[in-house]
Design a protein around this ligand. Structure first.
Ligand code: NDP
Length: 434
């Protein structure tokens, strides 16, 4: 603990995984040999750097950049970049730690890493975003590469930012190394269905979870938090499965629309105009209602999908959701439910899909993008989505079977932690003490 003092989110993520590992160590004590558990909790490398940039008024601004290369036992480090004022080393470490197990669960050859900056993109002009991204890459380029570390997007980093980062990488290295970043635009080496993958994948996972209980999303009232990349495409797939999304949010408030959230309007507001979700109620009129502040989890629903940020759904929110009849919860974001919230759902026997399994469709499709780049190929949307659907089904089944094998049927948290851990541990042991 003293080595990672003050890194609360990192402690929370590690504690959750370690709590699951007792059963696997009891059965296979050799996984604890050679300080494997201690090694798995220690990032292989942490890079912290200065990011100076010039704003539109000509003032020099300074932010802090991070890249935590957590574990490369299964492949090059892989994980997104987050630009948000709350970013610090503890948050990037929690995300990198989670990413290691998530990537293992996909069954693909990718290690775990995460990065970002405390830069706040809100209200920044396009030129400022570009200059920031260029400065960020001016340090990052020496630490990344197709066989070393392959970043992607996360909160505050979408297609526009990946484009500026890739452009600067190309300029600095004089190489069009498509496989160095994923989430790229289609014209310069991106994959179809990558933008949709995390939200779609989470929805596929929740649908599988419901199907295993002879139920489905058809006709269900759903609430999705956030209104960014993951939230938008979760809403799109819920609708395709016959569900009805009643509410979504941003960090200022939430909108409720009993007619069902109008996705085209959300996309125009968030993806094109980059405005706040409050605009939705103003533009839509009718019964659409905007609530400033408050919790989107007060809106009654059958299925809840937190898709904004860590610890956004508390024990109190979980009790409200239960009271309102929630029947399934799927984490689109990373660690959005507090430990108390997870316990509350599990004790009530509500199926709960942890982020490291449920939102793995994003990184899995990033690995598909790397495959397409390596073979200089470009698959159709249908082909890529079919692969994503199959991967999500496999992850669901592997979590369910592992939970069953270790005496905790229906506990997807335990199943995901153990299944991910075993794959990383097997590889680390084969590679020796490195
Ligand atoms: P975006 O930046 O596209 O959207 C984030 C959304 O969450 C916005 O609506 C934002 O609102 C809201 N939000 C962010 N921070 C907070 C906060 N502190 N409090 C309340 N709301 C907040 O990010 P993504 O959709 O890409 O990411 C969402 C989550 O999904 C994150 O946890 C990310 O780690 C996880 N994830 C993303 C993947 C991807 O492929 N993009 C893959 C796997 C996981 P506002 O505009 O007000 O900030």
């Amino acid at each position: 603990v003293h080595r990672n003092a003050g890194e609360e989110e990192f402690h929370q993520a590690v504690r959750e995984v370690l709590e699951s590992l007792g059963r696997v160590i009891a059965k296979h004590p050799h996984y604890a040999d050679q300080a494997l558990i201690e090694r798995i909790c220690e990032p292989e490398r942490q890079i912290i750097f200065r990011v100076p940039w010039v704003d539109d008024r000509g003032l020099v601004r300074i932010n802090r950049g991070f890249r935590v290369q957590f574990n490369s036992a299964l492949g090059p480090y892989k994980g997104g970049l987050r630009f948000h004022p709350s970013v610090n080393v503890g948050i990037i470490k929690f995300l990198g730690f989670e990413q290691t197990f998530k990537n293992a669960l996909t069954g693909m050859p990718i290690g775990g890493g995460k990065g970002g900056s405390d830069f706040d993109p809100r209200g920044r002009s396009d030129g400022e975003i570009m200059r920031f991204c260029q400065s960020f890459m001016t340090e990052l380029w020496r630490h990344v590469g197709e066989y070393t570390d392959v970043p992607a997007g996360d909160i505050g980093v979408g297609g526009r930012e990946i484009g500026y980062l890739f452009g600067q990488h190309k300029r600095l290295t004089n190489r069009f190394e498509a496989g160095v970043l994923t989430g790229k635009g289609l014209v310069y080496g991106g994959s179809r269905a990558r933008r949709e993958a995390t939200g779609y994948g989470t929805t596929y996972f929740v649908q599988s979870m419901l199907e295993s209980r002879s139920d489905s999303l058809e006709g269900k009232r759903c609430v999705v938090s956030g209104s960014g990349n993951v939230a938008i495409y979760a809403m799109e797939k819920i609708r395709a499965f016959g569900g009805k999304v009643i509410a979504c949010s941003d960090s200022n408030g939430y909108v409720v629309d009993e007619a069902g959230i109008d996705l085209d309007l959300v996309k125009e507001i968030k993806e094109v105009r980059r405005q706040r979700i409050s605009e939705y109620a103003r533009r839509k009129g009718g019964d659409a209602l905007y609530v400033e502040g408050g919790s989107v989890w007060d809106v009654p629903c059958a299925v809840a999908m937190p898709a904004a940020t860590q610890n956004e759904l508390t024990g109190k929110d979980a009790r409200t959701l239960l009271k309102n009849g929630v029947i399934a919860v799927g984490e689109g974001a990373n660690m959005p439910c507090t430990p108390e919230a997870i316990r509350t759902f599990q004790e009530a026997n509500v199926p709960f899909a942890p982020g490291k399994a449920a939102n793995a469709g994003g990184v899995a499709t990033s690995a598909l993008e790397m495959q397409q780049n390596a073979s200089r190929d470009s698959w159709t949307f249908g082909q890529t989505e079919a692969r994503l659907a199959e991967i999500m089904r496999r992850i669901h089944d592997s979590c369910a079977e592992t939970a069953e094998e270790y005496g905790a049927p229906g506990n997807y948290v335990l199943g995901a932690n153990i299944a991910g851990f075993v794959r990383v541990a097997e590889s680390m042991q084969a590679l020796g003490v490195v």
